[in-house]
Design a protein around this ligand. Structure first.
Ligand code: PLP
Length: 404
């Protein structure tokens, strides 16, 4: 049977302390024990159901983790204070000094900076590869490689990773495939395609209201226990813990994720088709012109569409800035980084979210100056939005240039 991620979220049932329809928020950083022996056993990891201290785990964080694990089809999950909190702890848990990581070269700028500039301090080296070339990926693996890392849909170029192909390579070399699925929650279920660990920045579509940062690592019980170990767990010891009040609010927003993703996807597809017809170099995995279109179709949970992220290239950073400022003035969205909001968000990644990547590498991977990344909103009347965007394009002289 096809995996139904939204059903799995909906099938969870919670009762609050007083019969509330939402679980009660555990507003405590520490927990009492009726006997000193149980406290000792809990430290040793042998007291199921007992809480110790909220940096380790809290009931609210466990509820949210349970919903995310249900969505991604893993045993369990550990929520973190940010996507980067989840990414950095996961990678540091999997790697020790002397180890090596093979990573896609088109990834979120923060992840790139962590692997390029930060982990070498601990003698962990990373080879950045074109993730769409399976031969190159396999060739980069050596005897010290401990992780194969990618984003299912990459930020910002929207490259589609062949998760089945990558997982075969990872299994052959006995290393875990770790996938950041931030751009395609519900649309793609990486574990169904062989991924071992799935990460999200909850800051984006999953929370969906741009009011908090958050992250999660979904994986096996054994791996998540290791992240939380009081002796050597990266999450426990580095401390990127989510606050209980926040995890409770993210859990409530998750219940509408399936409706939101469908609307983000259908709006993005509509605009991408229109912009492509207008002659813009448009990148959206739902367009047949996208090199990863067929692959996405093969991997996707159809009902959620191709996601809410798209890019267009308007030729230069100056034009991109002019257009984005005008679109914001026209209340079509915000000139802001991040994604997954109800309003459209747009930014020029070369000078913002990917600015950590040196210019020559940006050029090599195809990240041009005039690229605008859109996170398409939940607009009720997307044709009206399109016409208003067209007006802005006219005003900055873009459509004339396309039509000439
Ligand atoms: N992964 C991806 C694909 C992202 O786009 C981002 C942030 O933009 C992150 C991870 C980091 O998440 P956070 O900002 O929640 O730390």
């Amino acid at each position: 049977m096809k995996f139904k991620p939204a059903n799995h979220i909906q099938d969870l049932q919670y009762f609050g302390e007083f019969g509330g329809v939402n679980p009660s928020i555990s507003d405590s950083s520490t927990y009492t024990f009726l006997s000193a022996k149980t406290m000792f056993d809990t430290f040793e990891g042998n007291a199921e159901g007992c809480y110790l201290y909220s940096r380790h785990s809290s009931p609210s964080n466990l509820y949210l983790g349970e919903a995310l694990a249900a969505m991604e089809g893993t045993d369990t999950a550990n929520v973190a204070a940010s996507g980067m909190g989840a990414i950095t702890s996961t990678l540091l848990q999997l790697c020790s000094a002397g180890d090596h990581i093979v990573c896609s070269r088109t990834i979120y700028g923060g992840t790139y900076a962590f692997l390029k500039n930060f982990t070498p301090k601990f003698n962990i080296e990373t080879s950045f590869v074109d993730i769409t070339k399976l031969d190159a990926v396999e060739a980069a693996i050596n005897e010290d490689t401990k992780v194969l890392y990618c984003e299912s849909i990459s930020n910002p170029l929207l490259e589609v990773a062949d998760l089945e192909g990558l997982s075969k390579i990872a299994k052959k070399h006995n290393i875990p495939l770790v996938v950041d699925n931030t751009f395609s929650p519900l649309s793609i279920t990486p574990t169904e395609l062989g991924a071992d660990i799935v990460i999200h920045s909850l800051t984006k579509f999953i929370n969906g209201s741009s009011d908090t940062v958050g992250g999660v690592t979904c994986g096996s019980q054994e791996f998540i226990n290791s992240l939380r170990s009081v002796n050597d767990g990266a999450n426990m010891l580095l401390g990127p813990t989510m606050d209980s009040l926040r995890s409770a609010s993210i859990l409530k927003n998750m219940r509408t994720l399936h409706i939101r993703i469908k609307q983000h996807s259908s709006n993005a597809l509509y605009l991408a088709q229109k912009f492509e017809e207008d002659g813009f170099r448009t990148v959206y995995p739902g367009l047949p012109s996208h090199p990863g279109h067929e692959l996405f179709k093969k991997m996707m949970n159809r009902e959620y569409g191709f996601g809410g992220m798209m890019t267009i290239d308007v030729g230069s950073l100056e034009k991109a800035n002019e257009l984005m400022e005008l679109m914001q003035e026209s209340n079509l969205g915000y000139l802001a980084v991040s994604l997954g909001f109800y309003k459209t968000l747009f930014s020029a990644p070369g000078s913002s979210t990917s600015s950590e990547i040196p210019e020559d590498e940006q050029k090599e991977m195809g990240l041009s100056d005039g690229l605008i990344r859109f996170s398409i909103g939940l607009d009720n009347d997307i044709d009206r939005t399109y016409n208003m965007m067209r007006d802005c394009m006219h005003q900055v002289g873009l459509l004339e240039a396309q039509e000439a």
